[in-house]
Design a protein around this ligand. Structure first.
Ligand code: CA
Length: 221
């Protein structure tokens, strides 16, 4: 899952980026409104975490522009003060949720996961495929009822494939969800994560289409 973080406060931005990365998200961090606009024009994001007070282009103006492009990407607004006016202007501009600074990182992650669920149109919190159950909220995967230890990237990869069962995901698409800007991506890294997932969850779970990508088939638990 790729997230765009828009925050001009270096300390806060760095902390949030690190926390989201640790939770398994790929994070791109823009420090002003113009840079964020450029990022949104060139990349696909699952969620945008947006500070309202930004240099060059305000968060509210960025959000108005984004919604004018008919983008439906969920936006979680960070506001400095608990003022009704701030909240209302953010929500009016098209935000889906907001958090008041200072906030707890766990709460931010829970809210992001809620937005992801909502945008995926999922009624239940977990994804089930055969005897595998993946719960985004608790970052837990079970196989036949037993908990399976996955790395953050293995988890994200499995999550992506389970969200698109029956549809092939290219290596580039998957890399987009696993790695943020400037992160070194080894050419075979997806293959390595897939290999680990097969070892942990079953050799038939993920099918490789050489030169095309990866897919979890509908009826192959
Ligand atoms: Ca700010």
């Amino acid at each position: 899952m790729r997230i765009l973080l828009v925050e001009d406060d270096a300390l806060l931005g760095d902390g949030v980026r690190a926390g989201l990365k640790q939770a398994g998200f790929a994070v791109d961090w823009s420090q002003d409104g113009q840079a964020a606009k450029l990022a949104l024009q060139t990349e696909d994001y699952a969620v945008v975490v947006l500070d309202l007070g930004l240099p060059k282009l305000s968060g509210t103006d960025l959000l108005k522009w984004l919604r004018a492009t008919h983008s439906k990407v969920p936006v979680l607004v960070l506001t400095a003060r608990d003022t009704v006016a701030d909240r209302v202007s953010g929500l009016n501009a098209g935000a889906d949720d907001y958090l008041i600074k200072p906030f707890d990182l766990d709460e931010l992650i829970a809210r992001i996961n809620a937005l992801l669920r909502r945008s995926a149109g999922q009624v239940t919190q977990s994804l089930q495929h055969g005897s595998i159950i993946l719960t985004p909220e608790t970052h837990q995967v079970t196989l036949e009822g037993k908990s399976v230890e996955l790395s953050a990237r293995e988890f994200t990869l499995l999550h992506e494939l389970l969200l698109h069962v029956g549809r092939v995901q290219s290596r580039e698409q998957l890399e987009q969800h696993l790695y943020g800007w400037g992160e070194e991506v080894e050419s075979n890294s997806i293959e390595v994560h897939v290999h680990h997932l097969r070892k942990k969850l079953g050799s038939n779970l993920i099918r490789t289409l050489r030169g095309v990508g990866y897919v979890i088939d509908q009826d192959k638990p």
